[in-house]
Design a protein around this ligand. Structure first.
Ligand SMILES: C[S@@+](CC[C@H](N)C(=O)[O-])C[C@H]1O[C@@H](n2cnc3c(N)ncnc32)[C@H](O)[C@@H]1O
Length: 279
C-alpha cells in the first residue's frame, strides 16, 4: 500500500488486508477509516472519490489490527448502549451482552426515588454512566482496583457531564464504600484462572478477566457483602456455566429472590438477587 488513493479504494485495500483477522473486514475497514479521517458513515458513503494521502498513522493502525489487536483499542472508541465511549488498552472493552445487565438494574430501580447505587469493577465507567443517564435521581459510587480503568472512567464521566452524579473510588470490591447502598451492580472478572482464552482476549487486562481459581470467587465475595450489608438488590454478570454454583451457595437464603437471565445467544449470563418484597 502506498501513495494517494480514493476512499473507495482505501476501503477495498484495508478490507483485503484485514480479511485474515476480522470477521467483517469491510465493516472494520470502514470503521478504521472513519476514525482515522474523523468522519462519519454518511461522509464515507458520499465521498467515494475523495483522495486520501497514506500516512504512517494509518499504516500503523492497519498493522496493529492485523496483529489481532481489537479495533476499539486502536481507534480509542467503543459503542455501548447506543452511545460512544472512550477506551484505551489496559481497560476492558465493554461487551454487548453487558447491556442486558443495565436493563436488569433498571428493573430494580425506581426512577422517581433517590437511590444510591454502587458499581464494583467499573472499568471504562459505561455501566455507571448509562445508569446515571436513565436514573436522574440516582447517586452512583463506582469502584475499581485499577487506576488505569479509573482514569478512562473519569474521561468518560467528564465527557458526559456526570461528575456531580458519579463518584469514582479506588479499591478492592466494596471496601471503599461505607455508605448505605440500595443497589449493587457488577460485571466482575469471572473467568477461571486456567481457562483457555480466545486470542482476541490477549490484549485485555488480566485483572478484568480472571475471577480466581474457579472463576466465581469475586462473585461469591460480592454476594457475601450484599447479605452482610443488607443491600436491597444485586445485579451481576457471570459466566455461562456459573449458575449452579451460585444457586447452591444461596440455597439456604430464604429472605431473597434469585433470578437468572440469559444473553441473546441463549446462555446464562447473569442474575439478580433481591430482598423479597422489593421491586
Ligand atoms: C469485566 S471488567 C468490567 C468493566 C466494565 N464494568 C464493563 O462492564 O465493561 C471487571 C473490572 O473489575 C475490576 N476489578 C477486578 N478486581 C477487582 C476488585 N477486587 N475490586 C474492584 N475492582 C476490581 C477490573 O479492574 C475491571 O475493570
Amino acid at each position: 500500500m502506498a501513495g494517494r488513493r480514493v476512499v473507495s479504494k482505501w476501503i477495498e485495500s484495508i478490507a483485503s488486508e484485514l480479511s485474515g483477522v476480522a470477521e467483517r473486514p469491510r465493516r472494520e475497514a470502514e470503521l478504521l477509516l472513519m476514525a482515522y479521517l474523523q468522519r462519519d458513515q454518511i461522509w464515507l458513503i458520499t465521498h467515494p472519490d475523495t483522495e486520501i494521502e497514506e500516512d504512517t498513522k494509518l499504516i500503523e493502525w492497519i498493522r496493529r489490527r492485523k496483529a489481532n489487536e481489537p479495533l476499539e483499542y486502536i481507534t480509542n472508541s467503543v459503542s455501548f448502549y447506543s452511545e460512544i465511549f472512550h477506551i484505551e488498552p489496559g481497560v476492558l472493552i465493554p461487551r454487548p451482552e453487558t447491556e442486558l445487565l443495565i436493563d436488569e438494574v433498571l428493573s430494580c430501580a425506581d426512577s422517581n426515588r433517590e437511590t444510591t447505587i454502587a458499581e464494583v469493577g467499573t472499568g471504562s465507567g459505561v455501566i455507571s454512566i448509562v445508569l446515571a443517564r436513565h436514573l436522574p435521581k440516582a447517586r452512583i459510587i463506582a469502584v475499581d482496583i485499577s487506576s488505569t480503568a479509573l482514569e478512562v472512567a473519569r474521561k468518560n464521566i467528564t465527557e458526559f457531564g456526570l461528575e456531580e452524579r458519579i463518584e469514582l473510588r479506588h479499591g478492592n470490591l466494596l471496601d471503599p464504600v461505607e455508605e448505605k447502598i440500595d443497589i449493587l451492580v457488577s460485571n466482575p472478572p469471572y473467568i477461571a484462572r486456567n481457562a483457555v482464552l480466545e486470542s482476541n482476549l490477549d490484549y485485555e487486562p488480566d485483572e478484568a478477566l480472571f475471577g480466581g481459581e474457579a472463576g466465581n470467587e469475586i462473585i461469591i465475595r460480592l454476594i457475601d457483602t450484599v447479605l452482610d450489608r443488607d443491600i436491597d438488590c444485586f445485579a451481576c454478570e457471570m459466566g455461562y456455566d456459573q449458575k449452579e454454583g451460585i444457586v447452591k451457595y444461596l440455597e439456604k437464603e430464604r429472605g431473597r429472590s434469585l433470578r437468572f437471565y440469559k444473553d441473546l445467544a441463549g446462555f446464562d449470563r447473569g442474575f439478580v438477587l433481591k430482598k423479597k418484597g422489593k421491586r
